[in-house]
Design a binder for this molecule. Structure first.
Ligand code: PGA
Length: 475
């Protein structure tokens, strides 16, 4: 697979800090500190990597930054922390993409967890804002990331990938290449609790795999993925060396011009020296180990097939489903088998597990990608036959086709599966209440199973099942 060279981006998100007078001071000290570093690089003959730089002040400070940047820091780009969806009109208090682009903004941050939390910047809105930003000639920085509670309960990266799938659902491949993704685990933002290198590498490489499954390898190689969450001058050097990290979205540390400059310098000094990739086995295994469904289930699913329109959005959802359904271990094992069969003339693979570490990580990784794509392809055939109506319905559908279960058992399992899904959704929405997940689920599911017949019936009807015609339960 070809590797494109991605210029690292160091983006400073000032949030609601620094008025236009403070912004002037910021620019002066940033420029001074930067000039000093450039002098030192010149004197010592230091080779550095070109880095793209940007700050994201509040709307009121953008004007002064645009004027001063050209004089004091020509390489410093700037952008806005959000935009309004409409292009113009009677929307009191809103700022449009066109206005920002006219001011020389190159980027717009979208879907920051604080916008999602304090304003209704939901996935649907973000998708159309991403389009508006691109149409206006700027680049969106799309923020995704899971909460602490999500991570603790194993729905971390799936959640972030769903956010991404929604945010880029309206884009063509060419548009997607211009999108910058910022993976910001919510638990690491402003907490001083940076994700470990391993967590960052694992998440970013999965995000890139996901882009690959959704838009193809060319786009996956071109898209920049930033890490955000308690980045400082101290951890920047090691984080930028992590594989797949194309820069940072920095909050707190970017308010201090000297710290922001230092982070830039650490990136410029270290981005050239990439450490070799750790094997895929170590990097991402953890995320997928917890897959619930077995390969037998998957076989049962693939035995049936159908017809459905192939859109990028749908492919994205299928990529997620493929992750959830077969689990990473399965993908890895198949990838090793395939790679070893290619290498070994006899075509016989004896012990896959022992080969994982000895394979070239890039080869292994490409095989895993192919394996995922194949599974997605098979899954689409299944969906096309109308046997699976949506990715969330797969576990339930597998129960429906299980001939070993009696009608009563099927009914109970289906309701349980639905109650479980519903409890997870509900807990995600009220995560701040601090109620332990297990307790919440127990109470919620008991209520759901006992009382909420209406909800359940609605669910069946949505899925095209009329319980009166096809009663599983013979009460
Ligand atoms: P932080 O914020 O660097 O202060 O953790 C990151 C962000 O919110 O983008």
């Amino acid at each position: 697979m070809s590797r494109s060279i991605r210029t690292p981006l160091v983006a400073g998100n000032w949030k609601m800090n620094l008025d236009h007078i403070q912004a002037v001071d910021w620019m002066k000290s940033y420029s001074k500190s930067n000039n000093g570093w450039m002098e030192r690089c010149k004197t010592n003959g230091m080779v550095t990597t070109p880095v793209e730089l940007a700050v994201f002040p509040s709307f009121t400070s953008l004007g002064v930054i645009s004027t001063m940047a050209s004089k004091l820091a020509p390489g410093l780009g700037y952008g806005a922390q959000t935009i309004s969806e409409p292009r113009s009109g009677a929307f009191t208090g809103d700022v449009s993409a066109g206005m920002l682009s006219a001011l020389g903004c190159k980027y717009v941050i979208l879907g920051h967890s604080e916008q999602r939390r304090y304003h209704p910047e939901d996935d649907g809105k973000i998708a159309s804002k991403v389009k508006v930003v691109l149409d206006t000639g700027m680049q969106p920085i799309v923020c995704i990331g899971e909460t602490k509670c999500g991570r603790d309960h194993g729905i971390g990266l799936d959640y972030a990938l769903s956010q991404l799938a929604d945010a880029v659902s309206l884009l063509s491949c060419d548009e997607m290449k211009k999108v910058i993704i910022a993976y910001e685990p919510v638990w690491a933002i402003g907490t001083g609790d940076t994700a470990t290198i391993r967590q960052v590498e694992s998440a970013l490489s999965d995000i890139r795999d996901f882009v690959n499954a959704d838009f193809g390898a060319d786009v996956a190689c071109a898209v920049r993925i930033l890490y955000g969450g308690s980045v400082t001058p101290v951890n920047a050097a090691s984080l930028i060396k992590a594989h797949d990290v194309d820069g940072f979205l920095i909050g707190g540390a970017s308010l201090d011009p000297i710290k922001y400059a230092k982070i830039y310098h650490r990136v410029a000094e270290n981005a050239v020296k990439r450490d070799p990739r750790p094997v895929a086995h170590d990097r991402v295994q953890q995320s997928f180990d917890s897959s619930d469904l077995s390969w037998q289930d998957w076989n049962a699913a693939t035995a049936l097939a159908g017809h459905r329109e192939d859109t990028p959005y749908w492919r994205g959802q299928l990529a997620l489903m493929a992750y959830r359904t077969v689990g990473f271990k399965y993908l890895e094992q198949k990838a090793v088998e395939r790679a070893m069969t290619g290498l070994d003339a006899s075509g016989v693979v004896t012990n896959c597990a022992n080969h994982v570490a000895s394979l070239d990580p890039d080869l292994l990784r490409d095989e895993i990608w192919s394996e995922r794509l194949e599974i997605i392809g098979r899954f689409m055939i299944l969906v096309e036959h109308g046997e699976v109506r949506g990715v969330d319905s797969v576990p339930e559908w597998l129960v429906e086709i299980d001939e070993t279960l009696s009608q009563d058992e099927k009914y109970r399992k289906l309701v349980e599966a639905r109650a479980d899904w519903s409890a997870r959704q509900a807990y995600g929405e009220i995560a701040d209440d601090g109620m332990p997940f297990d307790l919440f689920c127990r109470v919620y599911k008991a209520g759901y199973m006992a009382d909420d017949a209406d909800t359940r019936n609605r669910h069946w009807r949505q899925r095209g099942v009329d319980k009166r015609v096809q009663p599983w339960r013979t009460v």
